[in-house]
Structure formats: C-alpha cells, structure tokens
Design a protein around this ligand. Sequence first.
Ligand code: FNR
Length: 186
Amino acid sequence: MPAPHRIAVLVGSLRKASLNRKVAVSMQALAPPSLQMEFVEIGDLPNYNEDLEAEAPAPWARFREAVRPVDGVLFFTPEYNRSVPGVLKNAIDVGSRPYGKSVWSKKPAAIISVSPGAIGGMGANFALRQSMVFLDMPLMQQPEAYIGGAGKLFDDSGQLVSDDTRKFFTNVMTSYAAWVARLVDA
Ligand code: FNR
C-alpha cells in the first residue's frame, strides 16, 4: 500500500468543548486509510505582525514547519459574526508569510463549517474560501460541508447519534481523499 497522504487539521475554535473539534475528531475516525490526519494547534500563535519576522516567534516557526511538509489541509471553522474567527484567520496569515514562502500554496484543501445554528456556518465557510483563492489552495467543491444543528449531533461520550450523519461525514472524507489523490498523485 502506498504511504498515506499527510493532512494538517486546523480547528478554528479554542474551546475545550468545541463542536468543531468534535466534528474533526469524528471525521478523522471515519477517514479512509489513505489520509493521515494531524491536528496542528493554533491557539499559541502571536498575532501576526510583520515587524516580528526579523526574529520570528517560536510558535510561528513551529506552526510553519508543521504545515509545510503535509500534502493537504482540512479547515474546521466556527462562524463568528458571519465570518471566520480571528484565531483561524491569524493562523492563515502566519502561514502565508514571509512573502514567497507561504506554507499553503498548491495544497488541496476542504472547508467544514460547524455551528449549532441552522445555516451551518455558511458565512464563515465562504469567507474562508475567499482567502483560499489568493493562497492558491485548490478547494474541494463537493460535497459542501455546512454542519448545522451541531449541538445535537453527539451523545455525552462524543459519539455521533445518527447513522445519516455518519454516512455524510464518511462521504466528506472519502471525497476529500479522492481530491487529494487527484492532485498529489497526478
Ligand atoms: C458565535 N456564534 C455564531 N454562530 C453562527 O451560526 N453564526 C454567527 O455569526 C455566530 N457568531 C458568533 C460570534 C461569537 C463571537 C461567538 C463566540 C459565537 C455561535 C457559535 O456558532 C457557537 O459558539 C459554536 O459552538 C462555536 O463553535 P465551537 O466553539 O463549538 O467549535
């Protein structure tokens, strides 16, 4: 069997009980063996400030070196005021610099937005897509993943309560694995 594709997983919520993290963990468990998903933490990254590039903060260097070697990136994002939480945007900005050394370029990506609300974080999902265009990240288009009503998806032990949700999560991961293979193995 060929080596699995390494996929960085970024979660745009720092909450311990984050629904986005629960969905990410759940999708990781349902992913095909061709994907090796690695959570890359973003909560310790100092706010982006170009003045700091002369001596980049250690967490920036750690983050850039964690993302640079992977084959693809999965973004799990909450919606804050119809857009992307600052902490996730900051991580994207940190990874995009210094100019010409972006860790994102050409990496196949997918966005999964998760919200207890009915619209499933669609505003955040599309706001993130806007950055992906400039970052030159080929984005999986289908299936779209706007996970609404997320407060009701899990039981107390963090397991999915519905087979339909399990099927949809499996479909997202299988489709993403095919998207990565198409771009990376070509
Ligand atoms: C929210 N929330 C929210 N939800 C939504 O569907 N659309 C929105 O625009 C917002 N705006 C918003 C702003 C701020 C500052 C907070 C703290 C929250 C609610 C949000 O979806 C909810 O807190 C989720 O549980 C956040 O995701 P995690 O932390 O569970 O992964």
